[in-house]
Design a protein around this ligand. Structure first.
Ligand code: DGL
Length: 255
């Protein structure tokens, strides 16, 4: 294994790339953020699938060995088709997120937040209840959270009020699944509103699955390459925020 590709509708998947880079420091990584067309979470399943196939085709043509769909929305509507199309392992974020949820919950009272499209797919609820039939799973779409994170409004009054409004829709829960790659940046804000609830971030769980499949890479000077379909300065700034490390160069591509 040499090169792992990671794709997201925008910059949120960089939280997953961060976890993969920390877990597998000797692999080459290629990231593609479809920033020209983000958000996917408000679009139809046909559009999300078409975009996911276009992005995957671009990455596969780069000769990558493993593809991570680091976007919950694209995983919900594109994972099976992308897997069927390419002869390399393709990993989404929902299954690892479900695994992590089942390891975390103490009483089976589980909340899930995600984009409108992810919640409409019902995949988290079905996946959790298939493996833990006694679980009580409540899903709430929280579409305003992606723009709040992209505006870098974490830790603000507006975000607190928005979270209070959304999260008050849950019954008593012990675990909340952050079913969107943007939400790990809101962990502190969410913990302030739901102080005794365990938060599940699928980035780490996904990185563990990738490590299990990728084995050890042995690149002496591993490269991280970043592609985006829109490279406006705003995306450059928040990309650094999500990745937690300065990103020296982002290459613009058209799909
Ligand atoms: N990356 C998306 C997800 O994890 C959130 C942003 C979007 O709506 O495209 O669902």
């Amino acid at each position: 294994m040499r090169t792992i590709a990671i794709f997201d509708s925008g910059v949120g998947g960089l939280t997953v790339m961060r976890a993969i880079k920390d877990t597998l420091p000797h692999c080459n990584l290629v990231y593609l953020g479809d920033t020209a067309r983000v958000p996917y979470g408000t679009k139809s399943k046909e559009t999300i699938l078409r975009y996911s196939l276009q992005v995957s085709q671009f990455l596969y043509a780069q000769g990558v060995d493993l593809l991570v769909i680091a976007c919950n929305t694209a995983t919900a509507y594109g994972l099976h088709e992308v897997r069927a199309r390419y002869p390399i392992p393709v990993i989404g974020v929902i299954e690892p997120g479900i695994d992590a949820t089942l390891q975390t919950t103490t009483g089976g009272k589980i909340g899930v937040i995600g984009t409108s499209a992810t919640i409409a797919s019902g995949l988290y609820k079905r996946g959790i209840q298939e493996r833990l039939p006694a679980a009580h799973v409540t899903e709430i779409a929280t579409p305003l959270l992606v723009p709040l994170v992209e505006e870098n409004w974490t830790g603000t009054e507006v975000t607190r009020l928005t979270l209070e409004r959304y999260l008050s829709g849950f019954p008593v829960i012990d675990t909340l699944v952050l079913g969107c790659t943007h939400y790990p940046l809101l962990k502190n804000d969410i913990a302030a509103v739901l102080p005794n609830v365990a938060l599940v971030d699928s980035a780490l769980a996904t990185a563990r699955v990738v490590a299990g499949l990728a084995g050890q890479c042995s690149e002496q000077q591993p490269r991280s390459t970043f592609y985006m379909t829109d490279t406006s300065s705003r995306f450059r700034e928040i990309a650094t925020l999500f990745f937690g490390e300065e990103i020296a160069s982002i290459e613009h591509i058209d799909l």
